[in-house]
Structure formats: C-alpha cells, structure tokens
Write a protein that binds this ligand. Structure first.
Ligand SMILES: NC(=O)c1ccc[n+]([C@@H]2O[C@H](COP(=O)([O-])OP(=O)(O)OC[C@H]3O[C@@H](n4cnc5c(N)ncnc54)[C@H](OP(=O)(O)O)[C@@H]3O)[C@@H](O)[C@H]2O)c1
Length: 249
C-alpha cells in the first residue's frame, strides 16, 4: 500500500492492552509508526510490544492508570528514550459501569467520568505541548455512538463519551494554528471483551438492528484511526467519524 504510511511518526495509544486499542496499535505499527503502548496491564502490553518488535516495528510500554490524572501527567513527562516526541495520540482507554440512573451510584458515575474523560484530558494536556512545539500532531479520541444518541443504562458512559466530542471540537479550534488535528471516532457495537458477554439471542437481535447487519470488528475501528492519523487526513479536524455499520445515521 502506498498511502496512509506513518514512517517517522511516534504514536501513543492508551488502552493498548486489548480490544480496539491493541488493534489500533497493530495497525499503526504495520504502517511504520513507532509505538508507545499504555494501560494498566503491563504483562499484556509487554506481550504486544514483543509481538510488534518481532514484526520489525519499534514499541515500548508505559504503565498508566488514567483514573489517577495527576500520576498520569507526571508519568508522561518522562517517556522512554527515543519515544519522547509523540506525533499521534490515540485516546482509546475506557470503561463502562452500566446501570439505570436511579440505581447508579455516585462512585460509578465518578469512576467512568474519571477514566474516560478526565484521564483523556490529562494525557492530552501532557502531550499537546510537545506537538505545539513541533508544529505537528494528530489527536484521535475513541468516543461511542452512545455519546451521540444516548443509551439507556449508560448515562455516565454517554456523558463521558459526549464530553470527549465537545473536548475534541474545542481543541481542534485551539490547536489548528499549530498544525495539530483533533478528531473523534465513534464506534457502534464492536466485537470485544466489552460485548462478548452478551447472550447469543441478544447478539443476533443486535446485529439485525444494524443496517449493515453485523457487529463491527476492531479492525474496522483501527482502519478509521489509521486514516485520521495519516498525512492524507491533514485537512480533517474537529470531525466525528461514526463507524457503526449505520447504527447511527
Ligand atoms: N467495544 C465496543 O463495542 C465499543 C463501542 C463504542 C466505543 N468503544 C470504546 O472503545 C474503547 C476501547 O474499547 P474496547 O471494547 O476495546 O474495551 P476493552 O476491551 O474493555 O479495553 C479497554 C482498554 O482500556 C484500558 N483501560 C481501562 N481502564 C483504564 C485505566 N484506568 N487506565 C488505563 N487504561 C485503562 C484497558 O487496559 P487495562 O485494563 O490494562 O488498564 C483496555 O486496554 C473504549 O473507550 C470504549 O468505550 C467500544
């Protein structure tokens, strides 16, 4: 493939230990980017770094708990040697703690907002300065169709995911003058650990409700991120790319 190459770029992916984040890391590495893999599960990150390195890419691991914004900011001040200049940031880490509003605890509200939204703020703020200095950057955050259309039982998650969209649109305006683009990918239902616990009947019902009649794959999301990270997407900023098989139109 000639287009969408990422040689010479360094990408940091949060939540790279599994699911969509892992697929994003694999895709960016396959296009030539150097990878910084961040999450809490260091063993999984080490295994991925090893696999990427065996495939000829460069990768390093940074243990990060986004629920602790101050520790996250401090940790990102000292990135491993050779990986200090982050060109591409993929804010992918996220959690759910679903419940109907009347049963939702303040703790579950706070936990989801802290990891999904405040954690993204902390990582982005820590890395934006360097991008501004170098006058290049790609910031891509993984939201959800829940943030666009709402979802019963997910008031906390939908609020955080909608928050990411407002956050990204503001940053797109703030950072455009420094040649930094800021975009959002909003997946629909994707086959991952988050969705694997659904009973088979619920799964087929779900697939039937999607215009393209299937759940998405992690590669569907990684392809969208790969595009937004590329030089070819240099004139796209402040955009929400919905990758949902038509679930949200
Ligand atoms: N799957 C879907 O259908 C779907 C749909 C729409 C949007 N999304 C979004 O896509 C993103 C990835 O989802 P997924 O399905 O791949 O989920 P997943 O398999 O549960 O993976 C979540 C990732 O986030 C990391 N993470 C969670 N809490 C963290 C914390 N406190 N600090 C650092 N990392 C943390 C996890 O790593 P550790 O546990 O190792 O820390 C893991 O790598 C999420 O933002 C999710 O909301 C998913």
């Amino acid at each position: 493939m000639t287009g969408f190459r990422l040689e010479g770029r360094t990408a940091l992916v949060t939540g790279a230990s599994q699911g969509i984040g892992e697929a994003v890391a694999r895709t960016l590495a396959s296009r030539g980017a150097r990878l910084v893999l961040a999450a809490r599960s260091v063993d999984k990150l080490d295994a991925l770094a090893e696999a990427l390195t065996a495939g000829g890419a460069e990768a390093t691991v940074v243990p990060l708990d986004l629920a602790d914004a101050e520790a996250t900011a401090a940790r990102l001040k000292a990135l491993p040697e050779g990986f200090e200049a982050i060109d591409i940031l993929v804010n992918n880490a996220g959690i759910t703690a679903d419940n109907l509003l009347v049963r939702m605890s303040l703790q579950d509200w706070d936990r989801v907002l802290a990891t999904n939204l405040t954690g993204t703020f902390a990582v982005t703020k820590a890395l934006a300065r360097g991008m501004m200095r170098r006058k290049f950057g790609r910031i891509i955050s993984i939201s959800s169709v829940s943030g666009l259309m709402g979802n019963p039982g997910q008031a906390n998650y939908s609020a955080a995911k909608a928050g990411l969209i407002g956050f990204s649109k503001s940053l797109a305006r703030e950072l455009a003058g420094r040649n930094i683009t800021v975009n959002v990918v909003a997946p629909g239902f994707i086959e991952t650990a988050m969705t694997e616990n659904l009973p088979e009947s619920a799964r087929s019902e779900l697939a039937a409700s999607i215009p393209l009649k299937r759940l998405g794959s992690v590669e569907d999301i990684a392809a969208a991120v790969g595009y937004l990270a590329s030089d070819e997407a240099g004139y796209v900023t402040g955009h929400v790319l919905n990758v949902s098989g038509g679930l949200y139109i």
